[in-house]
Ligand binder design. Structure first.
Ligand SMILES: Cc1cc2nc3c(=O)[nH]c(=O)nc-3n(C[C@H](O)[C@H](O)[C@H](O)COP(=O)(O)O)c2cc1C
Length: 202
């Protein structure tokens, strides 16, 4: 198969688009949209985000001040608002109020939950390190708040109901989650069994 070497760049395609929010030193709720996001620990549950520390980011300053943030997941119906939170700065205006979103203080940390977002993770900052242009901030998840409408009958988050926004850095566009292709931990296990059987390991 022919392969081509690409110009070095941050290949982040595709990622779930998240909105992080934090209180600044005056108690104003700040929020910005991020694509650099990952789940970084199971026990305790942690998430890591990366924010450009070479540029002025009001939300980063606020979260470092309060040592906490809330990570919210918008749905595709909120793509316009999410994009706005990623193109305007809290240094210029009150972004959350401008789009008609409201906040409530998180129960477990000093950070604002954006009420309109269907899924919110209240996070206490446990680690921060700068790598290249970005500061990687890890938050330990202290509380998870989900709208009932995004849960299945077992109380688990259903991606087809949450409808997260997938960000495509390559084409600079937003996508939605696609079709199921297989059962996780099962399709590979079946292949493993077949291969082990073939090698006489079963
Ligand atoms: C789709 C999208 C993804 C983004 N991802 C990131 C990111 O991962 N890290 C980052 O530092 N900025 C990212 N940004 C840019 C910030 O959201 C933007 O600079 C914002 O205006 C910062 O606002 P603030 O100054 O109020 O914090 C993203 C913007 C968009 C639209």
């Amino acid at each position: 198969m022919a392969k081509k070497e690409l110009k070095l760049h941050a290949v982040v395609s595709p990622t779930v688009t998240v909105v992080v929010s934090a209180y600044d030193e005056n108690g104003k709720a700040e929020a910005c949209t991020l694509a650099f996001y990952m789940v970084s620990s199971h026990i305790p549950p942690c998430v890591t985000i990366a924010i450009n520390a070479t540029q002025r980011r009001k939300t980063l300053a606020a979260m470092l001040e309060s040592k906490a943030f809330v990570l919210g997941i918008p749905s595709v119906d909120q793509v316009r608002e999410a994009d706005y939170l990623g193109v305007e700065s809290g240094y210029n205006t009150d972004k959350i109020r401008n789009i008609g979103f409201t906040t409530t203080e998180a129960k477990t940390v000093h950070a604002p939950v954006i009420n309109e977002l269907p899924l919110s993770l209240e996070c206490e900052i446990v680690h921060a390190v700068t790598v290249g242009s970005h500061m990687q901030v890890t938050g330990e998840v202290k509380r998870i708040l989900a709208e009932e409408s995004i849960l299945n009958e077992k109380g688990r988050i259903d991606l087809s109901k949450l409808k997260p926004i997938i960000y495509d850095e390559e084409q600079l566009q937003y996508l939605s989650v696609g079709e199921k292709v297989a059962d996780a931990f099962k399709t590979g296990m079946e292949l493993k069994k077949k291969l082990d059987g073939g090698n006489g390991n079963e």
